[in-house]
Each structure stands twice: as C-alpha cells, then as structure tokens.
Design a protein around this ligand. Structure first.
Ligand code: ATP
Length: 355
C-alpha cells in the first residue's frame, strides 16, 4: 500500500442498474477488511455537493445484494458539471478526509470522476449501466439482468401473440447501443431485430413474415433498440400491418428493464470489480475503469476508455488521438473491430434462425 488510506467514498450515479448494490457491498466489505472506512455518498454527485453522506458498516450492506436499484440512490446532477459544483464536491471530500472514491455508473459518471481526480481526489470507475455501452469492457453491471428481464417479457408477449396470431414489436432500452435488443432477440427467436448499429431492411422483414405465416406460423416478435428513434417502433407496427396483413401491437417496457432482482452473473461481476477497485485505489491508482476482457478483470485508463468509446460510436475527432501512444491507438482500433465483429456475428445468427 503506497499511501495510508483512512477513508474512501463510494457513490452510484447516472441510470441505476441491478447489481449496483452488489458493487457497493463489495467495495464496502473490501475496504473495511483493509481497515479503511467507507463513506457512502447519497444520490451520486448531488450528494457529494450537498454533503449528503452516510458512513457504511458491514451491517448496512449485509442484505442489499439481492435487491435491484441502488441503496445509495442515484441522480443526474448538472451542477457537478460546472467548476463551482466540483469545488463543493471537493470540499465534502476534504471535510470527511476521503482519500479516494469509487464511482459506479456509466460514461457520464466517469467524466465526472475524471474532473474530480484532476482536483486531487483519486477516482476509480466501475461500469454500471444496463446498456453495456462502455466499449472498454465486455460487460457492465446490470446488463445481464436487463437482458433476462427483456427475455422474460418477450416470452410473455409470445404467449399472447400466439393465441391471437399477432406480431408484437417490443422496444427495449439502449440509447446508444443495441446489445440488449440483439441478445434478447437471439434468446426469444425474434423475427427481426432493429438496431442503430446495422442497417435494417424492412422489405426483407415483411417478406420473411409473410413466408412464415404462409407456412403456418402464428406469432412474431420484433425487437427494436431504443436508440433507433422514439417513433420507430410505433410506426413500424402500422407498416407491418399494411405490408403483411398481420395484426401487430407495440410494447415499450422502458424502465422495467432497469429493475428487479439482479442475476447471479451481475452480482458476481459486481463483487469482483468492487473488490478489485479497492485494491487498485489502495495501491495508489486513479483515473481507471475496472473492466472485464475475455473473462479476466483488468483496468483501463479512463483516457483510453473515453477515446475508444467515441471511436466505436463514430464520434471521435482525429486530434483526440494525439494524446495516445501508437500502442494505445492500435489497441483501441483492434477493440472497435472486435466489438463490430461480435455484434455482426450475433446479428447474422439471429437473421439465420429468426422466425
Ligand atoms: P447512463 O449510462 O445510465 O446514462 P451515465 O453515468 O452516463 O449513466 P449521465 O447522466 O450521463 O449518466 O452522467 C451521470 C452524472 O455524471 C451527471 O448527472 C453529472 O453529474 C456527471 N457528468 C456527466 N457528464 C459529465 C461531464 N462531461 N463532466 C462532468 N460530470 C459529468
């Protein structure tokens, strides 16, 4: 341990995700095991600005792992995005003698952590978002539960679609990524999956549905990722009816995907990254996000995580690469290629087996 840590902070921020509680528990237990006190920040960066904190004991986190949501609450806080807000947050950290922070959330949360660490508070990020849209990591906390919830919902819709010989178009969360939609589509044997990542051929979809109906198929599920656009799903229902003659309905489970009992996979991942983050913080590390890559828990520099994310989403400006080494650039390009390949392969499988 390079520096004597006496106290660390932990917060959850951005959209909540099932499994965040397992991460809070893991961070708290690991820190306490090292004799380090844990300050739970209530309501994300808002709580840090308002000095809304609770010192956590093992008893506080003993029974939270099986619950969805976040016991530390979450919030979106624009004040933290301004200098004055960050300085108030720094004051709270100083007041409680917080030597480092573990922040659990998505990309926005990590940008906040980056700013906070620039003010002298070491920060480590844990990927907590149902969307799985953090390119640096293979999975995020909450992704597995959200997919399972989406699958169960579609199975229920399938029952009623079958009884009424209908199609149901289901829009699933994922503003910036179609991972939930694609995986659920594969799991429920959707007739089509619509995502931002891959161009969608409506005519081919109608032709497939008509062929399957002629062969006797009664029910159809179409899964649409939220990121495709607010009106796409509802509009597509009308177009399916007009172009195939098959009755169709629309369903938007929205925030239901965020709730519920976290799956084993999410809890175990959260437990691993939570404990790992504490070890890293105590070793003097900062400005990293804890990731899973090919089954291994590892760290990724926040700068690299931000750039690879923008690179993958096509938002990166060429000058953003200036601060990166040739090795980092090669790593990021390879990772983006890998992500695209994985997505396309699963998409092609869904196309092959859809009905
Ligand atoms: P999700 O993927 O669920 O949306 P997120 O962490 O990306 O999670 P955001 O609402 O984007 O969610 O960000 C969470 C919080 O992080 C914001 O409310 C704000 O307090 C802080 N934040 C976001 N972007 C920045 C930024 N560019 N600079 C500083 N702080 C930021």
């Amino acid at each position: 341990m390079e520096k004597k840590f006496r106290r660390i902070g932990v917060l959850t921020s951005g959209g909540d995700a099932p499994g965040m509680n397992a991460a809070i528990k893991s961070v708290t237990a690991a820190a306490l095991a090292h004799g380090v006190e844990v300050v739970g920040i209530i309501g994300g960066y808002r709580g840090l600005i308002d000095n809304n904190v609770k010192y956590l004991t093992t008893a506080d986190v003993a029974d939270i792992v099986s619950r969805g949501g976040t016991a530390l609450y979450s919030a979106r806080c624009t004040e933290f995005m301004e200098e004055a807000g960050i300085m108030k947050a720094v004051e709270t950290c100083k007041k409680h003698e917080i030597d480092g922070m573990v922040v659990i959330g998505g990309d926005g949360t990590f940008r906040g952590a980056y700013d906070l660490s620039a003010k002298g508070i070491p920060c480590i990020g844990l990927p907590g978002t149902i969307d799985n849209d953090i390119t640096a990591t293979d999975v995020t906390i909450g992704f597995d539960t959200a997919m399972t919830t989406g699958m169960n919902l579609c199975d229920k819709l399938r029952d009623t679609c079958e009884s009424h010989s209908r199609c149901n178009v289901v829009e699933l969360m994922g503003r910036n990524a179609g991972y939930i939609a694609l995986n659920v589509g594969a799991a429920v044997n959707a007739v089509a999956v619509v995502t931002k990542e891959i161009p969608f051929d409506k005519e081919a979809c109608y032709a497939r549905m008509k062929k399957l109906r002629a062969a006797g198929q009664q029910s159809f599920i179409v899964v649409v990722a939220e990121g495709v656009g607010a009106d796409f799903g509802e509009q597509f229902v009308k177009e399916i009816e007009e172009n195939t003659g098959i009755e169709a309905r629309f369903c938007r489970p929205a925030h239901i995907l965020r709730g519920g009992v976290p799956t084993l996979r999410d809890r175990v991942f959260a437990a691993k990254v939570g404990a790992y983050a504490v070890e890293m913080l105590l070793q003097g590390k900062s400005n990293i996000v804890i990731c899973e890559r090919k089954g291994d828990i590892c760290e990724c520099d926040l700068d690299v995580a931000f750039t690879v994310d923008r690179m993958y989403k096509g938002k990166m400006k060429p000058e953003e690469l200036d601060k990166h080494s040739p090795e980092e650039i090669a790593y990021m390009e390879a990772l983006c290629e890998e992500r695209r390949k994985e997505f396309k392969e699963l998409y092609d499988t869904v196309e092959l087996i859809c009905c």
